[in-house]
Design a protein around this ligand. Structure first.
Ligand SMILES: Nc1ncnc2c1ncn2[C@@H]1O[C@H](COP(=O)(O)OP(=O)(O)OP(=O)(O)O)[C@@H](O)[C@H]1O
Length: 648
């Protein structure tokens, strides 16, 4: 041990244990030293070498950030180009402090590895002591940990400058770190690096934000009039109804209240039609430029970015799916062996040109799985088009799917329309509720699948399409084939591989799913909210006939209802445990071709018509009362020949 290290240990020891006065200017660091001793139980007299995780564990951490890592890598390479000559390296850790990516000079590989500036290094404060990453994870603000500010004497040669990266809901996702093995003694030497790290952290966050919300409208606000069309300091993503679904760090800081779930026009005090007009010209097109005064002060110019991922046109706005995010495959399940096997199989099917059929009860996550497979494929940047065959009326399904040429369709658009199949070209076509596809269209779909061509209505020659097709059903498709209601050749064409999603009640990773979904919903609705043990036990015991969709609804409602930020068992809108146990006895797959589990007791036409009339034909509200999804209600309407009065 060097004399510098011994002096450092004495200094840390006396400040951390309170025998010397802490320097107010270094209070963040001294607070952390005290935390290392009192809360993490670290001993400054026992320096410990950097801890590097085995490759397999590192991969598991990387998988959790799969998509984010791509955006981050571009930013890391750019910042590295600027600082490499000055002797710095760049590192990215996840929210646990594990290094999931790094770029350094290969000539110093050994030294960097020894110092922990390496892939797999664990920089969590609880293990590594005060350091750029670990302390930034706790303080959630950009910081520099310079030389002897480190707790552990092993690290006192290093200088590390870090900034936290947050996702669109404000959850801390990663830490960006620029470090050097050697640096000038003066702390001020790191000012410029600190500035760069903060700028790049925002750029990476924003690149990830734009990727995550490429299926949504994005309003960008900036103080520089000429720049807002290319980059916005504040960004709000919203859906077709104007509801905010994501906000970048700039927007969350500038807006006093949580913007998620609010109407964008109310939040910014701009009429919705003025926002839509921005889409026509951008901020620099004078007639549509709009100045926004934020409630908390500050004047911004606005610009609107249109969705880049096309979504399936739906017959009514309330059929639109809520999100275009592509969850990584690894995050779909916890440690349930059957699910792990299914995900490994799904991963192997990606990019193999094999059509996949996903079976599972309603709400069990079929679309989420399809989106994740799309996201893991080389088609990820191309469209994911979801078509709910049960939700589109028979009279429209052909033109919606295949499109039509000008003048070929009475009542059609004068310019003709590109069908959903053509829109999915080079991407993924997700055919939900495939069992509801009319027989005549099954024949045309078969041609698309076998010949890779689509013929729009009225067109003379077909167009080539390159599709990955994922079909989904909650029904027993082979029973429909046996009953002569589904074409056998189409069935075999669609099920190149079958993935059977188990119902939630049969999954061994319910705890993981409950906690992950709770954290996700809490981050969006009530950051910092907790789930009590009693509530968790109650959720684990429930039978979940509506599967993951029901779970999400129950958690959202509980978060809205809970009084003090802690969700207790009393906040859960669930039937009494005995009813739940009875529901658990529901068979996990429908026995007949007609039946579907989780249909919320939708039996007769009269009951359904009465329910819809009570809700003034608002399908979403009727579905909410039954605890089923809208598609289920549409399916039953179709089966009973029920149509809303205005469509009759
Ligand atoms: N692995 C998962 N983790 C978190 N949430 C999930 C997961 N799988 C599904 N969900 C949530 O459950 C709900 C239903 O998911 P999804 O639409 O994929 O189900 P589905 O089986 O396609 O339903 P349907 O049969 O009604 O079309 C959504 O809110 C989705 O976000």
């Amino acid at each position: 041990m060097t004399s510098l290290q011994s002096r450092h240990i004495d200094n840390v020891y006396s400040i951390a244990t309170g025998t010397a006065l802490a320097d107010p200017a270094a209070s963040l660091v001294h607070k952390s030293w005290a935390r290392c001793v009192r809360e993490h139980g670290l001993d400054p007299t026992k320096p410990s070498p950097a801890r590097i995780l085995p490759a397999q564990e590192v991969r598991a951490h990387q998988q959790q950030l799969e998509h984010f890592l791509r955006a981050a890598r571009a930013g890391m390479e750019d910042i590295y180009r600027r600082v490499a000559d000055l002797g710095y390296m760049v590192l990215l850790t996840d929210a646990e402090g594990i290094t999931v990516d790094y770029i350094g000079n290969p000539a110093w590989d050994d030294q960097l590895r020894r110092a922990g500036l390496y892939l797999g290094a664990d920089w969590n404060e609880a293990h590594a002591g005060t350091c750029g990453v670990g302390t930034c994870l706790i303080e959630r603000q950009p910081m520099t940990c310079h030389q002897t500010e480190h707790f552990d004497a092993t690290h006192i040669a290093l200088t590390c400058t870090t900034a936290p990266l947050f996702d669109h809901s404000g959850r801390l996702t990663a830490i960006l770190d620029v470090s050097a093995l050697r640096s000038p003694e003066a702390r001020e030497s790191q000012h410029l690096v600190r500035h760069l790290v903060s700028i790049y952290a925002r750029m990476i966050e924003d690149a990830d934000f734009l990727r995550s919300f490429r299926g949504h409208w994005i309003l960008r606000l900036g103080t520089a009039y000429g720049l807002v069309d290319v980059a916005g300091e504040l960004m709000l993503a919203f859906d077709e109804g104007g509801t905010v679904v994501g906000a970048n760090s700039g927007a969350r800081q500038a807006l006093a209240e949580n913007p998620l779930g609010r109407e964008v026009s109310q939040l910014l005090h701009i009429p919705m039609d003025a926002i839509w007009r921005l889409g026509n010209g951008g901020a620099s097109a004078m007639p549509f430029a709009h100045t926004v005064l934020l409630p908390g002060g500050g004047e911004y110019h606005a610009s609107l970015l249109a969705p880049r991922v096309r979504r399936a046109a739906a017959p009514a706005p309330d059929i639109a799916r809520p999100s275009d995010r592509l969850p990584p495959l690894a995050r779909i399940a916890g440690d349930d062996p059957a699910m792990q096997q299914l995900l490994a199989q799904a991963q192997r099917l990606v990019d193999r040109g094999i059509h996949v059929l996903v079976e599972g009860e309603t709400g069990s996550g079929k679309e989420v799985l399809a989106r994740a497979m799309h996201g893991a494929s080389r088609r990820a940047a191309m469209p994911f088009v979801a078509v709910n065959c049960a939700a589109i009326p028979d009279s429209l399904i052909e033109s919606e799917l295949f499109g039509y040429t000008p003048g070929s369709f009475t009542g059609g658009r004068a310019k003709g329309m590109k069908g959903l199949i053509a829109q999915a070209d080079r991407g993924t076509l997700f055919l939900d509720e495939i069992g509801d596809m009319p027989m005549a269209l099954q024949t045309r779909l078969l041609r698309v699948l076998s010949e890779g061509e689509v013929l729009p209505l009225g067109a003379e020659s077909p167009q080539r399409v390159d599709l990955a097709v994922v079909a989904a059903t909650h029904r027993n498709l082979s029973a429909l084939v046996a009953a002569g209601r589904f074409r056998e050749d189409l069935y075999y064409r669609l099920c190149g591989a079958v993935l059977k999603l188990p119902p939630l009640r049969a999954r061994g990773d319910r705890r993981y799913l409950i906690e992950a979904m709770f954290n996700e919903e809490a981050a969006a609705m009530r950051p910092g909210a907790r789930l009590s043990d009693a509530a968790l036990q109650r959720l684990l015991a429930h039978a979940w006939p509506g599967n993951l969709r029901e779970l999400r609804n129950v958690l959202r409602l509980a978060l809205a209802l809970c009084a003090d930020g802690t969700v207790g068992a009393q906040d859960l809108q669930l039937p009494a445990p005995s009813d739940s146990a009875a529901a658990a006895a529901v068979p996990s797959a429908p026995a007949s071709a007609e039946a579907g589990a989780g249909d919320g007791g939708l039996e007769g036409a009269d009951e359904l018509r009465a329910l819809l009339q009570r809700h003034r034909w608002h399908v979403a509200r009727a579905a909410a009362e039954l605890g089923v999804c809208r598609a289920t209600v549409y399916r039953h309407m179709k089966r009973h020949g029920i149509a809303p009065p205005q469509r009759m």
